[in-house]
Design a protein around this ligand. Sequence first.
Ligand SMILES: Cc1cc2nc3c(=O)[nH]c(=O)nc-3n(C[C@H](O)[C@H](O)[C@H](O)COP(=O)(O)OP(=O)(O)OC[C@H]3O[C@@H](n4cnc5c(N)ncnc54)[C@H](O)[C@@H]3O)c2cc1C
Length: 492
Amino acid sequence: MAPKYDAIIIGAGYGGIVCGALLSKWGVKVLVLDKNNRPGGKQMPFTKNGFKGEWWPTFGIPLERGPFVEAFAELGIESNLKLMPGSAALMYRRPSGKWVTAVDSPKSEIADPTENMFNAWQLNAEERQTSLQILAELALMSPQELDPLDDVPIKDWVDSHTNVPPALRGFFAVHANLMATNLYELVAASEMARIMQIFAGTTKSYPKGGYGRLIMDLVNFIKAHGGDVQLRSRVERILVEGGRAAGVTCNGKVFKAPIIVSNAGVQPTVLKLLGEEYFDKFYVNYVKEIVPSLGFTCQRYVMSKPVLEHGVYIATSEDSYIDAARLDDMHAGKFPDVISVYGTVPAHFDPEMAPPGKQMLLIGTWCSPDPAAREIRALQKKVDEQFEEMLPDAARFVETREGYVGPAHVAAMSRDQVLPGLGGEAVGLAVTVGYCGKNKPKARSPLPGLFFVGHDAGGSALVGTHQAVSSGMRVAHLVRNYYFERKLVERL
Ligand SMILES: Cc1cc2nc3c(=O)[nH]c(=O)nc-3n(C[C@H](O)[C@H](O)[C@H](O)COP(=O)(O)OP(=O)(O)OC[C@H]3O[C@@H](n4cnc5c(N)ncnc54)[C@H](O)[C@@H]3O)c2cc1C
């Protein structure tokens, strides 16, 4: 007899695992099934030859407040969230071709990162004033003011201002790609504002042991509270009985539960694990049209000496953004002169992440989410060339470049490809105008008993892992209420 569970969670990404941990704490018996041999989805732990970390650069999110702190506090394990402070190098190539570096560090003498940025852009007094006003206008908006901006692209919002310095325009375009992980013309002004607001006044930090260790803490929590996490367990179908979700098939077995929470992505869940026949055609079309985030391609550089001084490297120019026209150019193998580059050095924050005397840099750039895109390797080569131009002294100590990953690898490690061109999204779906903020896809599906969790649905407008963790918490509350409602109805 297959064991009986109160809820089955498909996928052990941050969304699924946080949701499972909270449900377990509240006495709901959960089974988490994941197709991979390690939990964590896009943030599964990486270890090789004494190096530890992630499969790709992961940072960009302040950890000292927001969903991680809230989730760990709600679980009563906040002491596990040991934050290691560090610095970030914001490298900027001026139109003259010269690279300048502004350091953002807890020890930095320039405490104001905005000042740092304006210095790198070489703004005159009038441009500084205008830039400050525009940034402050967005950053100081109240939630009520931001709500309508869910429907306004950041590009249109910027264009509604006069005398915008080109460097500031470039900043918004580039950060729509970097922070909201989408094309400049598709990212909502509200999304940018909320991201700026959560970053304000926070210090750069990284969890001791990496993001993968946090996942292991959460998995252990589930097991210690009566739940089960089974790996190498690909769910093939979600079963429906009497018009409600009733269980799953996995590795030739049937697991029954009245609640199914899918972390496998909204599109694969609706189109593959269930099938269009279970939903009305309006919902199916809605699901098919949800816009994916951009993808990311990267490599690990093993450094023979610890020559990199910072934990995060972000390199941009006012012209390194990706919009729809540029994405088409990139498909044709034509890249901007400067591309936006993002890298992290886990051992900068936590020395135990690398063998003594060595460093690992995870470095890459944004790209199409299409697992079949042919330009990705050439783009990664461009990252290598740009690294040598940006940091020639450090480039001499690159021992090996290895572990190439692109959208095809991301799709294999997280969501299955079910629609042409999609599947390799770096953060997930639904970060654009029409699908973010108040328009975010609902976590409760039209099929009774089926919920979505993770980046795609139910979370609030924050960067990648934050979005998944916030969804994990919200969906756990939603599922708990549903669980007790069903129990009451059964008694009546
Ligand atoms: C290259 C890259 C760089 C990133 N950088 C950052 C960053 O700097 N900062 C940041 O905050 N975020 C970053 N992210 C984004 C962040 O990692 C994701 O947004 C977040 O981890 C997504 O979590 P999730 O819960 O939505 O699910 P996912 O991580 O997508 O996990 C889904 C899980 O479901 C499982 N699954 C799928 N189908 C099945 C099935 N049929 N049966 C069983 N299991 C199944 C998968 O194996 C996987 O474990 C990055 C992501 C990538 C790829």
